[in-house]
Design a protein around this ligand. Sequence first.
Ligand SMILES: Nc1ncnc2c1ncn2[C@@H]1O[C@H](COP(=O)(O)OP(=O)(O)O)[C@@H](O)[C@H]1O
Ligand SMILES: [Mg+2]
Length: 158
Amino acid sequence: MTNEDIKKILVPFDGSNYSKKAAKKAISIAKKFDARISFITVVPSGTNPPPSKILGILTNDKKVQKEFHKTVCAIRIDLKKSLTSIVNDSKKENVAAEYKILEGNTIEKIIEFSKKGKYDLIVIGSHGLTGLVKIQALGSIARAISEIAPCPVLLVRN
Ligand SMILES: Nc1ncnc2c1ncn2[C@@H]1O[C@H](COP(=O)(O)OP(=O)(O)O)[C@@H](O)[C@H]1O
Ligand SMILES: [Mg+2]
């Protein structure tokens, strides 16, 4: 591969240790190729505050809804912290980086994003938050992305 081949790297990030490892790998590759990185996290639609209609159907209990809302907000803040920290790690290595949080179907959004942005490489963890390492050779997102991505995919294992 020449230096021209890899200019834009996409790292789907779910906050798992696998995705953190993928992020580190992407940073070291980006450094060598003088590439830029986008870290993206897809959150399911309907989890945006205020509490979704779906939850309204599940429960009319305002207290429960409020608790749910608080939990969702806390998860998002935590996620933003992880993403900010990984972007800062990149910058420390003189690698240009950004993060995006998208909403919708995880596989669809990652593929759509990689096509639109014309990414040259996707660096993804072999497993994620579910982490059924002994049972599954690859997590479902990792498998789907490696099957249908429009560009080369690097699977980072533990
Ligand atoms: N919601 C998500 N948004 C962005 N990237 C994700 C998301 N879920 C998983 N990934 C990426 O896919 C990798 C594999 O995760 P996944 O296939 O979901 O495994 P598992 O089944 O163990 O959760 C993760 O390490 C991460 O890089
Ligand atoms: Mg998962």
